[in-house]
Design a protein around this ligand. Structure first.
Ligand code: BG6
Ligand code: MG
Length: 217
């Protein structure tokens, strides 16, 4: 691999918004009369809002809702989630991320965001990264969520990079699969149990250097 570009998932990789998603889905589940465990929540990571809702409803064995009712529930969840992300500041960038991104920029690698979220723009603005990445592909620009490779293929295209020379950082099993489906290497950020299919796993970005990519070749 002749490394050209690094693509970052946003939720749970650059910022800890994965917990806000979980809190909002759990609140919705509770209102509907059932619970959503942290384990069940793993399946919601990386996929779209609507697909997530379908899984939540499946957990609660709720299968009688119309499209309109489902849309209302997804909107309600997003309103709770939005309240949290609108309070974010640059201090919410996860430990080690800023330093690592600066190292990548100094080494002249291209960097991109590849996220399924339609809220990516708001989050990037809140944390001061609106114009920081060379490309941002988010939920508004794709038709298929992870594990479909679309988001990463589009990011590579915008960066004018060969997918085979891109590395993805992901916290979701669906995201690792999407990277592989795009022909890219995937580094998991988080727990080895969830990210067992990743080419490499790191707990977070503290003490990560560019030399990490040598381990992928
Ligand atoms: C992904 C998250 O980044 O975005 C998922 O991992 C989430 O959990 C998805 O469902 C869609 O997010 P949003 O912000 O468009 O509801
Ligand atoms: Mg994520």
């Amino acid at each position: 691999m002749n490394l050209e570009a690094i693509i970052f998932d946003l939720d749970g990789v650059i910022v800890d918004t994965a917990i806000f998603h979980y809190q909002a889905w759990k609140r919705l589940a509770n209102e509907l009369g059932f619970d959503l465990t942290i384990h069940q929540n793993e399946h919601l990571k990386g996929i779209s809002r609507f697909e997530s809702l379908e899984i939540v409803l499946e957990v609660g064995k709720i299968n009688h809702l119309t499209k309109k009712e489902k849309e209302e529930l997804a909107t309600r969840k997003n309103e709770w989630y939005s309240e949290n992300i609108h309070k974010m500041t640059p201090d919410d960038i996860l430990p080690g991320v800023k330093v690592f991104l600066e190292k990548l920029k100094s080494a002249k690698y291209k960097i991109a965001i590849g996220s399924s979220s339609k809220n990516a723009g708001v989050i990037l603005e809140r944390i001061g990264y609106s114009n920081y990445f060379d490309a941002v592909i988010d939920g508004n620009k794709i038709s298929f969520s992870k594990p479909d490779p679309e988001v990463f293929i589009k990011a590579a295209k915008e960066l004018k990079a060969d997918p085979r020379n891109c590395v993805v950082f992901e916290d979701a099993a669906a995201g690792i699969e999407a990277a592989h489906n795009a022909g890219m290497k995937a580094i998991g950020v988080g727990s080895p149990e969830v990210l067992c299919k990743a080419d490499l796993i790191v707990p977070d970005f503290r003490n990560i250097n560019i030399s990490i990519f040598d381990k992928l070749i």
